[in-house]
Design a protein around this ligand. Structure first.
Ligand code: NAP
Length: 268
């Protein structure tokens, strides 16, 4: 049983399909986009050839988390893999973010996965994967709040791995992925999905608590010029304003050394 938060679209949707291709039973969850989630759920059933579940879940709402986990446990009695994927982003300078922008990102990206994990923990048999980000390993301007949540999520992953020796827990940290979050600029979400499924199967020789980076982190650490080049290869739409913004943000931060390079890490 694979429970994926925010699997109506984007990385969560691609991950749902990747697990389903592997014949796993997937619980698809959505926040606002029920229609899209219904289509994701149907495709999962077709791909896996087995049953699954479609549930509403707002990770920023305690009652919604409890309702979702109660239903999953009543139906399947266990969760083999929990993927904390749901996330949100307000891409602007801190001084232009409202209190609601900040609260929404902290609740969805950090508090949500923590509470979701706590609620699921008694029923998780194998693995928890937290979808982190390049923004959890490098401070990137105009992503201050997102960076704070994703750095926090990695800390949570590392600490929980020490508390729960019988479960494998990883942070999968993508760089830029072509979803609605980036105006569809970046690598295909399927690439991240494949890494998540491989991690869930224990396919990386790293200890629990590790980072599994997906993307151009090593490039970003070495040279701004190379970082720019690597972003260019990710998109066929150089006139896209969002793309220019990503490129600027990466270029500005590319010369920064990594803040935390001591945690066990594998780069994909
Ligand atoms: N795209 C990137 O470049 C990138 C890079 C690094 C990391 N990430 C991370 O990858 C994860 C997935 O992002 P994405 O790019 O796939 O974004 P996306 O396409 O915008 O999808 C976001 C998903 O999260 C769900 N969601 C949003 N708020 C929620 C809430 N309060 N409760 C439950 N679900 C909620 C959405 O549900 P509805 O559609 O039903 O509303 C949707 O399924 C996020 O954690 C993000 O930070 C993305």
């Amino acid at each position: 049983m694979i429970l994926i938060t925010g699997s109506s679209r984007g990385i969560g949707e691609a991950t749902a399909y990747e697990f389903s291709r592997d014949r796993a039973r997937v619980i698809v969850t959505y926040y606002k986009d029920r229609k899209r989630a219904e289509s994701t759920h149907r495709k999962c059933l077709d791909l896996s050839g087995s049953d699954g579940l479609l549930l509403e879940l707002n990770v920023a709402d305690d009652a919604s988390i409890n309702r979702c986990v109660r239903t999953v446990v009543a139906t399947f009695s266990r969760i083999d893999v929990l993927v904390n994927n749901a996330g949100t982003l307000t891409w602007t300078r801190l001084r232009d973010q409202t209190a609601d922008d900040i609260q929404n990102q902290v609740r969805t990206n950090l508090e949500g996965p923590i509470k979701m994990t706590r609620a699921c923990l008694p029923y998780v048999t194998e693995t928890i994967i937290n979808i982190g980000s390049i923004a959890g390993k490098n401070g990137i301007k105009e992503l201050t709040v997102c960076c704070a949540t994703k750095f926090g999520l990695r800390g949570f992953t590392q600490a929980l791995a020490k508390e729960e020796p019988n479960i494998n827990i990883y942070s999968v940290n993508p760089d830029y992925v072509a979803t609605s979050m980036t105006d569809f600029v970046g690598r295909p979400p399927e690439e991240v999905a494949r890494v998540v499924v491989r991690a869930a199967k224990g396919g990386y020789a790293v200890p629990s608590g590790s980072d599994i980076d997906v993307g151009s982190f090593h490039v970003i650490r070495t040279s701004s010029h190379l970082a720019l080049q690597s972003v260019y290869t990710l998109t066929a739409h150089p006139s896209n304003t969002s793309y220019k913004r990503h490129t600027r943000a990466l270029a500005a931060d590319a010369c920064q050394p990594p803040i935390d390079s001591r945690n066990p890490c594998v780069s994909m």
